[in-house]
Design a protein around this ligand. Sequence first.
Ligand code: ADP
Ligand code: MG
Length: 646
Amino acid sequence: MSLIECKNINRCFGSGANRVHVLKDINLKIDKGDFVAIIGQSGSGKSTLMNILGCLDTPSSGSYMVDGVETAKMEANELAGLRRKRFGFIFQRYNLLNALSARDNVALPAVYAGLPHKERYNRANALLHRLGLEGKEENKPSELSGGQQQRVSIARALMNGGEILLADEPTGALDSKSGENVMDTIRQLHNEGHTIIMVTHDPKIAALANRVIEIKDGYIISDVSKNSEVAPGSVETLPENRSWLFRKDQLLESFRMSVQAIMSHKMRSLLTMLGIIIGIASVVSVVALGKGTQTKILGDIAAIGTNTISIYPGKGFGDRFSGKIKTLTVADAEVIGRQSYVSNVTPMTASSGTITYRNADLTGQLYGVGNQYFDVRGFKLDEGRLFDEQDVKDNAQVVVIDQNTLKKLFPDNENPLGKVILFKKRPLTIIGTVKEEKNAFGGDSDSLQLWSPYTTVMNQITGERHISSLIVKVGDNASSQAAENGLTELLISRHGTEDFFMRNSDSIKQTVESATGTMTLLISSIALISLVVGGIGVMNIMLVSVTERTKEIGVRMAIGARQGNILQQFLIEAVLICLIGGMTGIALSILIGMTFNHFVTDFAMTFSAMSVVGAVACSTIIGVVFGYIPANRASKLNPIDALAHD
Ligand code: ADP
Ligand code: MG
């Protein structure tokens, strides 16, 4: 059985009017250990035949068998396996990878074969030394002469064994001295047992071969052997390694190559990452901002006291008819105050009207409250005193004012205590001022707020018998849920219907949590759009990169890279770009957060581990999703088309 056998091979390119029939009914058998030269004029089809023999290309019709196995039935990866294990290519233009050193170029086929790093390194060194390239291991191809580059490519062809060496015009681009040198090496390799198939148009070089096949216009027109019997050579082929360690090693190698690719296009990589950086930075910042706001508001609620229940007339906030409901009264407050689960209760009524002092006329809000109100709401006394139980009992005409009112009425820093102001033409004596309310419920910061005993407001100013709300502080021994149920039952029995609603501070907390959560989600999803845009940017650049590196992909395939290897390499590159972008984005948002927290003291941006982990996961997913299309396209390239690409 011949090592290689072609039966009626035809190869056509193009279709329709552009169809060219290059190889015509080629029948050929080549034995193990032979040295064959294929000669013919330029354009006669030599390279086309060579590419089919090397499994880089497939015939349009006919059968090509290696070791008696039909190649037409093989999958892309099986063909890659043949190229990797059996063949070694020596190209006219060397086809070395410019980014890699001579040693890494030589070692590359063994990466795909799974040779451990150390052994790969040693074997590549040994091959380079053998070919007279000692001291050039670290040189990039651009730092080597043509002859040296060709010798590097021969070393690469031998890396995995190179049982069958395919050389397409190996001396075509070399001066005669280097050419002779290369031919000496090839002859020597033949003597060592390598089967050699060489294309040349130089009869002198062809004369070195044992068998010369001449092609003309796609036909074999002559086939002459010096010795019909050749000694079957034996060449040691490196065993393939398919263990887990091998996969890890290959992953590392892909990683290294990706880093190299990114580093060799720094500016482009940076611009690609920009979209991801902005996207991740905004998502992480928004989440941190939302978290900070939430923490702040919940802190404020905690300051008010967690166990309070507010009761309002109507069905809920915004109920249009709540103003007409007059059933909530001071009497209700008194009954509620006697319940065992209530520690105290503050009725509240509000009236808006004109405040007059000397010649100032201002509009403000006067709240009628109980003496415990300040405590329940967490107001702090600034100057003077707050009213007490006795004031409430006595309908005392006293008032406590806030900082806004103070500034408006006493712009000259006059002492306000003891001064009498008019609210709706009723005199009220200022007994105290409260500090500015430093919480999220402060409301309109310009509004003027005043507080008097509810008895004073109801009896002397509004004349109303109903109140606008009740704040109940639940006793420590009772749960707010039980208290709420008790209060509901009690008030229904007093009013006849449920014409009121309650908010306990727990439910406010939940509302705040869900509201800020919704906001964060909303803004995050907008930021997410920029992430998607960033991902599309990555995809674009990767597609460009694949096109730009088509030749490189072809070379990798020629030396035996599987489709999976190519896919993995480009995917890792995309993921790496996204990951670096993501990390930079996180760093950027932390920087933003630190700046923000430095200048804004009111509340802090709070970064959670979750959002950072989420951002990293997000950028990885973007890398995989948007990197897949270009990576897949690269891996599905036809080796010979890729190789022919400039
Ligand atoms: P050579 O003997 O010089 O190596 P080739 O085998 O490279 O010749 O090419 C033989 C003929 O096939 C040429 O006419 C060339 O134009 C044509 N050819 C080779 N590859 C292709 C291709 N991919 N598409 C179309 N025509 C091709
Ligand atoms: Mg050619």
